[in-house]
Design a protein around this ligand. Structure first.
Ligand SMILES: Cc1ncc(C[n+]2csc(CCOP(=O)(O)OP(=O)(O)O)c2C)c(N)n1
Length: 937
C-alpha cells in the first residue's frame, strides 16, 4: 500500500523509512509504532482494518517535526547564560506549534523521535523530554549548518549518547575543583595585593583554564607533538600559570616592581612588552618518546591578529621538508587552539580571513579548536552594539564549524564540550568552536568601573557566586566533599602565592620565554655566488620536462631562449625570473627548503614566473623546482587566498616556527601591503624588540611608478623605513637580476645565524627590461652590493660636479634617458640597493669619491613625503657634513602615492629625469608640474 500521501512535512521521509522497515519486519520497530502502522496495513487483518484518521496522522507528523526542531534549534532554549537571561526560544520548540498536547505524545511511540533516545524511553513524550534535556540544557548544540550528513549524524549521536566520551575516563570532580581554585585564587590574590593594576582577569569565564587543560591532556594521550595557542589579553596570565605552568614568581615580580623589570629588559637588550602579551613554551610528556611542546604565541593588543600566526606555526610544525619534492604535512603532529573575545570574533576581519584558510591546500592545519571567552561585553559595548548576529560565534557557521554554546558556570558541561571538540577534530580534521558563555567579574581592566555603563548587569554579577563556589556547593551536595575541604584548598593556594611573593628578592629576574639574539652581522660575509658550471647544470635540470608534458607554445619560446642563456660568461642574458629560479634551485640544492606563497605567485602577477607549468592538453601540473635532481629539500609555491593581513600573519608564524626554511610572500601589487599593516607593524618589524622573536620572512612587493595609478605603484617603501630601527629588518630595492639572485641567496644563507625579515621592492616592467639583465659571471663571481657606485673610471670621476643618488627603477629611467646622453659629462649616478640597514661605509665611500663634487641630489619617483627621502635625509646630511649642497628631487608632497593617469605620469616622470640632468638650470614650467626640486635642504 502506498502511504506516501498520508505523511507531510519535513520528517515524512523518516516516518516512511520506519514504515518500510516495519513492512519488511514488523518486529523491527517498537510495539507502539507497530500498533500505529498496523492500522494502515489492511492485509494483516481478516476483517476490515481500522482507518487511520487524519487527526492521528497530524499528531505523528507533529511529533516528528518537534523532535527535528529540538535537534536543530534546541540551543535557542538552552540555559547558557550564568546571569540568567531568558533564552530567545523559538516557536518550533513548542508543542502547540505542532498541534500537540503532552497526552498526544504520551500515546505515540518513542521510535518516532528516533534513536538513540527512543531506545531508552517508553513513548514519544518521554523521548521529547530527554531530547530537551540534551539540546536545551546548559549546552546548546549548534550544528545544523553543517552540510555533511555524516558529520551531522556523528554530532547527533555524540550529543545524544556521549559516544565520543571514553567510558573509562569520568570527569574527576575534585581535580576540577582544585583547578578552579587555582584560577580564582590567583586572580583574587593579584586583585588584593595590586589593586587597580591591569591583569584582564578571567573571572566569569574561569572554565577556560580547565577546558584548555582537558584539551592538552587529550592531545598528550593522542601523541600530538605541538600545541600552538593564540589568545588575547583576557585570562592570559591565568593560562600562563595554569596551562603553561609558568612559575608565579615571574608575574609577581612584574606586578611588584616595574623597576626591576626594566633592569631586566635592559639586560636582555630589547624593549619588551606588557606582561599579558608575552609568549611562553612548556614541554610535557605525551606518553610516547617524543614529548609534547605547548607554545603560547606572544601577541600584540591588536585583537585576533595572532590567529593566522598560530595557524602558520601549526602548519610549519606539522610539515616535514627534508626531502626534495613537495613538503609533507601530517595533521597528527600539531594542534592549534585559539581563544577569542566575543566582541572581537565577529568584529575583526582577520578572524574570517583566517577561518577561510582552514581547508586550503598549503594552509590546512588538521583543525583548530576555537574557544570564545564570551563575557557578554566588549570593553563597554554590549553585544547589540558589537555584532549583527544572535551569537558571537555565528561567523563560524559559514565555514561549517560545529558550535557548542556552554554555560561557563557548569564545569562538567564545559569539560564535555572540550572532549567533544577534540573528538570531532580528530575524527573529521576540522575546526570546532566552544562558545564559553560567562560574564566579566570586573571592568574591562581592573581599574575600570563597569557599573558606569552596565549598572543592571553588574548588580547581578556582584551578587553572583564564583564558578568555584558553585562547583564546590555541587560537590558538597553530591557528598563528594565537605565545605571545609574547599576552603582548605583556597588557603593552600593562597599560601603558595603569599610565600612566593614574600620570598621575592631584587635579584630575582623573571624566567623569560622566547629569546632572540641580536643579529650577528653574518649576512655581510655570506658567499652568495654559485659556480658557473653548477648554475648551468641547475638551469638544464629546470628546463627538462617529463615526456608526458606538453608545454604551451608561448612558454616554450622563452624556455628555449634560456637553453643558451648561460653559454657565455659575459652575455647579459639572465632576466629577473631566471635569476630567481636559479637562486631557488641553488638554495634547494644547498638543502634549504622554500615555501613561497603570494597572490597568483605560481604564474606571477606579471606572467613572468611560471613556477608551476600546466600541460597544454590535460592541464596537469609540473613544478620544475620540485623535480630537479640536485634538490635536497622540499619546495612549495602556492597562490595565496585573497587577504594580505592573514596571509602575512600565517607566513610570519610559519617562519617563526621553522626558522631554517626560506619563507616568502609576494603581493600582487606592493600597495596591497597596507591591508596587512597590523601584521607588518606588530609582528614583522617589532616582534624582535617586543618578544625576542627572530622572523626571517621575505616580502616581495612590486613597486614601480609606471603610470598605473595610485594603487598599483608603490610598495609603501616609506612606511617600512619609518619602522626601521635596531636592525629589525633588511630593506632592498635592487636594480639587476644578479642583485636579486644574491639577495635571495644571502637570506637563505643566514636564516639561522643572522635572521631578519627581508623586504624587497620588486619591479614590474623591469622584469623584462634588458637593462636589468645580468650575466653568468655576475651570478657566479659577483656578490650582493648594498651600494652600486657609478661605473665611470677614476679619471672621469675627478670632474664630477653632481652626484645623483637614487634607488630602484628610477635608475633605469635615468640611464635609458636621452637627456643623460646629452648632459652626463659632470654627473655621476650611484644606486642605494640596500636601504636598511643603511650601508654607511659604502655610502660614505661613494660620496667621497668625487673630489670636485658640488652637489648631491637625492632623486626619487615617489612624492617627497613618501619613498626613502625622509628616512635617508639625516644620514646624507651627516655624511656630507656641509661640504657640498644637498638637493631633493621627486614628486611633490602628496596624499596619494601616484598620478591617476598614464599621461600625467609620463609628463612628470620626464620632467623629473630632464631636470636632474640640468645643472644650474631649472625647467621653465617646474612649478606647474607635479615634481619638486628642493635645493640645499
Ligand atoms: C584591533 C583592536 N581594536 C581595539 C582594541 C581595544 N580593545 C581592547 S579589548 C577590547 C574589547 C574586546 O572585547 P572582547 O573581544 O569581547 O574581549 P574581552 O576583553 O571582553 O574579553 C577593545 C575594544 C584592541 N585591543 N584591538
Amino acid at each position: 500500500m502506498d502511504i506516501s500521501h498520508i505523511f507531510h512535512g519535513p520528517n515524512s521521509g523518516y516516518v516512511l523509512e520506519l514504515y518500510e522497515r516495519y513492512l519488511r519486519d514488523p518486529n523491527s520497530v517498537d510495539s507502539a509504532t507497530r500498533a500505529v502502522f498496523d492500522k494502515i496495513r489492511p492485509e494483516i487483518y481478516e476483517e476490515e482494518p481500522a482507518e487511520i484518521t487524519q487527526h492521528e496522522i497530524e499528531k505523528i507528523v507533529g511529533a516528528v517535526n518537534l523532535a527535528q526542531a529540538i535537534r536543530a534549534f534546541g540551543h535557542l532554549d538552552a540555559d547558557i547564560d550564568p546571569l540568567g537571561s531568558t533564552p530567545p526560544g523559538d516557536p518550533s520548540l513548542k508543542l502547540s506549534t505542532h498541534g500537540l498536547a503532552p497526552e498526544d505524545l504520551a500515546q505515540l511511540p518513542s521510535s518516532l523521535i528516533g534513536k538513540p533516545i527512543s531506545e531508552k524511553t517508553a513513548n514519544a513524550y518521554e523521548a521529547i523530554g530527554e531530547l530537551r534535556k540534551i539540546y536545551s540544557s546548559k549546552v546548546g548544540y549548534d550544528y545544523y549548518h553543517i552540510n555533511s550528513p555524516e558529520e551531522r549524524k556523528w554530532l547527533r549521536e555524540a550529543a545524544e549518547t556521549g559516544s565520543f566520551r571514553p567510558p573509562e575516563d569520568p570527569i574527576n570532580e575534585r581535580l576540577l575543583l582544585e583547578s578552579l581554585t587555582k584560577v580564582e585564587v590567583l586572580e583574587k590574590f593579584l586583585h588584593r595585593i595590586f589593586p587597580g593594576k591591569f591583569r584582564f582577569s578571567v573571572e566569569g569565564v574561569d572554565m577556560l583554564v580547565p577546558i584548555m587543560n582537558e584539551i592538552v591532556g587529550l592531545s598528550a594521550e593522542s601523541g600530538i607533538h605541538h600545541i600552538l595557542i593564540g589568545m588575547a589579553h583576557r585570562g592570559r596570565l591565568n593560562v600562563m600559570h595554569h596551562v603553561m605552568n609558568k612559575a608565579y614568581r615571574g608575574t609577581l615580580i612584574k606586578f611588584k616592581d616595574p623597576i626591576l623589570e626594566r633592569d631586566f629588559r635592559d639586560y636582555m637588550g630589547w624593549t619588551g612588552d606588557v606582561k599579558y602579551h608575552e609568549g611562553a613554551r612548556h614541554a610535557i610528556k605525551n606518553g610516547r618518546e617524543i614529548g609534547m611542546q605547548i607554545t603560547l604565541a606572544p601577541n600584540p593588543s591588536h585583537l585576533e591578529s595572532v590567529n593566522p600566526v598560530v595557524e602558520g606555526m601549526a602548519r610549519a610544525a606539522g610539515t616535514s621538508v627534508n626531502a626534495a619534492g613537495s613538503p609533507k604535512f601530517d595533521p597528527e603532529v600539531s594542534l592549534p587552539i585559539i581563544v577569542h573575545g566575543d566582541a572581537a570574533f565577529p568584529g575583526q576581519g582577520i578572524v574570517s580571513e583566517t577561518l577561510n584558510m582552514c581547508r586550503l591546500p598549503g594552509y590546512f592545519t588538521g583543525g583548530t579548536i576555537h574557544v570564545i571567552t564570551n563575557n557578554q561585553l566588549g570593553y563597554t559595548a554590549l553585544p547589540s552594539e558589537s555584532r549583527s548576529t544572535l551569537y558571537a560565534s555565528d561567523l563560524a557557521k559559514g565555514f561549517e564549524i560545529p558550535i557548542v554554546h556552554v554555560n561557563a558556570d557548569d564545569p562538567e558541561a564545559c569539560i564535555e564540550c572540550a572532549r567533544l571538540a577534540f573528538a570531532y577534530l580528530r575524527r573529521f580534521r576540522k575546526d570546532f568552536l566552544i562558545d564559553l558563555v560567562g560574564y566579566r567579574r570586573h571592568g574591562h581592566n581592573e581599574a575600570d568601573e563597569p557599573a558606569f555603563t552596565q549598572p543592571e548587569m553588574y548588580k547581578i554579577i556582584d551578587n553572583h557566586p564564583t564558578v568555584r563556589e558553585v562547583w564546590a556547593d555541587t560537590l558538597v551536595e553530591r557528598k563528594i566533599l565537605d565545605k571545609d575541604e574547599s576552603e582548605e584548598l583556597v588557603n593552600k593556594y593562597n599560601e603558595i602565592l603569599h610565600s612566593d611573593f614574600e620570598s621575592l628578592t631584587p635579584r630575582d629576574i623573571p624566567e623569560e620565554s622566547l629569546s632572540g639574539k641580536p643579529p650577528a652581522g653574518a649576512a655581510q660575509k655570506t658567499i652568495t655566488s654559485v659556480p658557473a658550471e653548477t648554475l648551468r647544470e641547475l638551469n638544464a635540470s629546470l628546463l627538462k620536462l617529463p615526456g608526458w608534458f606538453t608545454i604551451n607554445s608561448k612558454l616554450k619560446r622563452g624556455r628555449e631562449r634560456r637553453e643558451t642563456a648561460l653559454v657565455n660568461m659575459d652575455d647579459r642574458t639572465v632576466d629577473w625570473s631566471m635569476a630567481e629560479e636559479l637562486a631557488f634551485a641553488s638554495i634547494l640544492s644547498d638543502g634549504v627548503s622554500i615555501r613561497f606563497t603570494g597572490q597568483d605567485a605560481e604564474r606571477g602577477t606579471f606572467s613572468h614566473r611560471h613556477a608551476v607549468l600546466h600541460d597544454f592538453n590535460t592541464g596537469k601540473i609540473y613544478t620544475p623546482l620540485q623535480n630537479i635532481p640536485q634538490s635536497k629539500a622540499a619546495f612549495e609555491i602556492l597562490n595565496s587566498p585573497l587577504t594580505e593581513n592573514a596571509c602575512i600573519g600565517f607566513e610570519y608564524g610559519y617562519s617563526i616556527q621553522s626558522p631554517d626554511r626560506l619563507v616568502i610572500w609576494e603581493a600582487q601589487y606592493g600597495d596591497f601591503i597596507n591591508g596587512a599593516q597590523t601584521i607588518v607593524d606588530e609582528y614583522v618589524v617589532s616582534a624582535r624588540a617586543k618578544w625576542g622573536q627572530t622572523p626571517s620572512l621575505v616580502l616581495l612587493l612590486p613597486h614601480a611608478y609606471e603610470g598605473q595609478g595610485p594603487d598599483h605603484s608603490s610598495g609603501r617603501l616609506g612606511r617600512f623605513l619609518d619602522s626601521a630601527g635596531e636592525v629589525n629588518m633588511r630593506i632592498a630595492n635592487c636594480t639587476t637580476a644578479a642583485q636579486y639572485f644574491h639577495l635571495l641567496r644571502r637570506q637563505a644563507g643566514v636564516l639561522e645565524i643572522d635572521p631578519l625579515p627581508l623586504i624587497v621592492m620588486t619591479p614590474k616592467s623591469l622584469l623584462r627590461n634588458p637593462l636589468i639583465f645580468s650575466s653568468l659571471r655576475d651570478l657566479s663571481e659577483g656578490t650582493w652590493q648594498p651600494v652600486i657606485d657609478d661605473e665611470m673610471n677614476d679619471t672621469r670621476a675627478k670632474s664630477v660636479k653632481r652626484l645623483i643618488l637614487c634607488s630602484g627603477k628610477v635608475y633605469i629611467d635615468l640611464i635609458a634617458s636621452e637627456f643623460r646622453k646629452q648632459n652626463s659629462k659632470d654627473i655621476a649616478i650611484a644606486r642605494l640597493e640596500q636601504l636598511y640597514p643603511v650601508p654607511t661605509t659604502l655610502l660614505q665611500k661613494a660620496l667621497n669619491r668625487y673630489p670636485k663634487l658640488k652637489e648631491v641630489v637625492w632623486l626619487q619617483e615617489e612624492p617627497e613625503n613618501m619613498g626613502a627621502w625622509m628616512f635617508i635625509y639625516p644620514f646624507l646630511r651627516k655624511f656630507i657634513k656641509g661640504r657640498v649642497a644637498l638637493h631633493f628631487m621627486g614628486r611633490r608632497r602628496n596624499s596619494s602615492p601616484a598620478e591617476g593617469t598614464a599621461s600625467m605620469h609620463k609628463v612628470n616622470q620626464e620632467a623629473l629625469i630632464r631636470q636632474v640632468f640640468m645643472i644650474g638650470k631649472q625647467l621653465p614650467n617646474i612649478d606647474e608640474l607635479g615634481i619638486t626640486w628642493v635645493k640645499n635642504v
